[in-house]
Write a protein that binds this ligand. Structure first.
Ligand code: GAR
Length: 218
């Protein structure tokens, strides 16, 4: 396939979502390819994953820059040099400036471990548990200005169990992140995702009438 969407993935840490994207892109006929992985953290395991998969990668350490603008200019240069058509933030833990977001608007997607617009920002799982929600989840969204804001592409919901710790809930949600990120990438690469009036519309989706009710009684 020659016209696969060229994707760059930005990571800060473990990179399990990056791995889910790598695995998806390696499947025959998948309509996207990862052309670059960039980490802002030296030693991030995500870089090892890129290395293993033979994907060009680099570390752009934000600590080495005097300001966000210079840091992002370097990221931007690398994204342009690999002709990235879409940028996936996969556990990228730096806030991006308005000008970067504006430049990549409609070509920049993020994963967040909550059912946005609930629980934006850090400590998502702790706050979900403290709020006593019975259903939690994760979201893939286009990035617009503002933290964890922008048109929602896909979400997955999971039940919250009475004895969940942050780690247990995070792991349950992470499993679903690994499903919806490749799903969203596939839909975008197939050019089925349109933003209209600040909301996402997807061509040709099958209605899903399944519900999650939580808790369930024995
Ligand atoms: C994921 O849970 C992702 O949703 C979250 O960081 C984790 C990265 O895990 N992202 C955010 O919180 C962004 N606001 P990974 O490095 O194993 O993919």
């Amino acid at each position: 396939m020659t016209d696969r969407l060229k994707v760059a993935v930005l990571v800060s840490g473990h990179g399990s979502n990056l791995q889910a994207l790598i695995d998806a892109c390696q499947k025959p006929g998948f309509p996207a390819q990862i052309v670059r992985v960039i980490s802002n953290v030296k030693g991030a395991f995500g870089i090892q994953r890129a290395l293993k998969a033979g994907i060009p990668h680099s570390v752009i350490d934000h600590l080495k820059f005097e300001n966000r603008t210079d840091f992002e200019a370097q990221i931007n240069d690398e994204l342009e040099s690999c002709s990235a058509e879409l940028v996936c933030l996969a556990g990228f833990m730096r806030l991006l400036t308005g000008s970067f977001v504006k430049k990549w608007r409609g070509r920049l997607v993020n994963i967040h471990p909550s059912l946005l617009p609930a629980f934006k920002g850090l400590d998502t799982h702790a706050r979900a548990l403290a709020a006593g929600v019975k259903i939690a989840g994760c979201t893939i969204h286009y990035v617009s200005q503002g933290m964890d804001a922008g048109p929602i592409i896909a979400q997955a919901a999971v039940p919250v169990m009475p004895n969940d710790s942050e780690d247990i809930l995070a792991a349950r949600i992470l499993q679903q992140e690994h499903i919806i990120f490749p799903l969203a990438l596939k839909m975008i690469a197939e050019r089925r995702v349109k933003i209209e009036d600040g909301r996402v519309h997807i061509d040709g989706i099958t209605p899903n009438n399944s519900v999650i009710i939580s808790p369930v009684l024995n």
